[in-house]
Design a protein around this ligand. Structure first.
Ligand code: COA
Length: 187
C-alpha cells in the first residue's frame, strides 16, 4: 500500500478538483499556513494546532510528520487557503482531517477538498475504511462530514491543544463503497 517507491510517487502527485489543487506543503507556505491555522476559530476546532501558533511551530510540525501522515495544502488560484490530510493505521484504515482559513469559509471549499481526499483515500491510497471526528460544538464540520456520507458511530472525548482541555467529540466512519473500484484514480 504505502510502501513502494512507485506508490509514494503517485501519492505525491497534486490532486486537482474543479476549483482547488491539493499539493504538498513547501517551506514557503509556512507564514500563511501559520497565519490561517493560528486563527483562534480554526485552531480551537482542531486537535493538534496550538494557540497561539507561530511559523516556528508550523515548521516544526511539518518537519516531524511521520510516514503514516499525509498532508496536502489546499490551494485556490495559487493561494493557500487550508489543509487536508490523513493518518494511516495498520489495518488499511485512516483518519482524515481538514481545515479552511476563515476568509474562505462558507464557499464549499472544505467539502470540495475533503471529497477529493476521500476519493484519493479509497482509490490511490487503497484504504478500506475512513474515520473522522469533530468536537461537538463544531456544527460546520458536522455538516461537511454529513455531506461526505460518513456515518456517526459514537461519542468520546479528545484533547484540544488550543483549548488545552479534553472535549466531547463525535466520531464517524465511512467504508469503501463497492462502486469505488469503478472510480477513476486521483488526480
Ligand atoms: C469546518 C470547516 C472546515 C468548514 O469549511 P467550509 O469551507 O466553510 O465548509 P463548506 O462550505 O464546504 O461547508 C460548510 C457547511 O456547514 C454549514 N454550516 C456552517 N456553519 C454552520 C453552523 N454554525 N451550523 C450549521 N451548519 C453550518 C454550511 O451552511 C455548509 O453546509 P451547506 O453546504 O449544506 O450549506 C471550517 O469552518 C474550518 O476550517 N473550521 C475550523 C477547523 C475545523 O473545524 N476543522 C475540522 C475539524 S473536525
Amino acid at each position: 500500500m504505502l510502501t513502494s517507491t512507485n506508490h509514494r510517487t503517485v501519492l505525491a502527485k497534486p490532486i486537482k478538483t474543479r476549483r482547488l489543487v491539493l499539493r504538498e506543503l513547501t517551506d514557503s507556505d509556512t507564514p500563511e499556513f501559520a497565519h490561517l491555522a493560528g486563527d483562534w476559530d480554526v485552531a480551537r476546532q482542531t486537535a493538534r494546532i496550538p494557540y497561539p501558533y507561530s511559523e516556528e511551530l508550523a515548521r516544526e510540525w511539518m518537519d516531524t510528520l511521520g510516514p503514516e501522515e499525509f498532508v496536502r495544502a489546499v490551494v485556490h488560484h495559487g493561494t493557500l487557503i487550508g489543509a487536508v490530510g490523513y493518518v494511516a493505521n495498520e489495518d488499511r484504515s485512516a483518519e482524515i482531517g481538514y481545515w479552511i482559513g476563515k476568509p474562505w469559509w462558507g464557499l464549499g471549499f472544505a467539502t470540495e477538498a475533503a471529497s477529493a481526499l476521500v476519493r484519493h483515500c479509497f482509490t490511490t491510497a487503497g484504504f478500506k475504511r475512513l474515520t473522522c471526528c469533530h468536537f461537538v460544538d463544531n456544527a460546520a464540520s458536522r455538516r461537511v462530514i454529513q455531506k461526505l456520507g460518513f456515518r456517526a458511530n459514537g461519542l468520546c472525548t479528545a484533547w484540544c491543544d488550543a483549548r488545552r482541555a479534553e472535549f466531547p467529540t463525535q466520531s464517524y466512519e465511512l467504508n469503501r463503497p463497492l462502486t469505488a473500484m469503478f472510480w477513476r484514480r486521483t488526480p
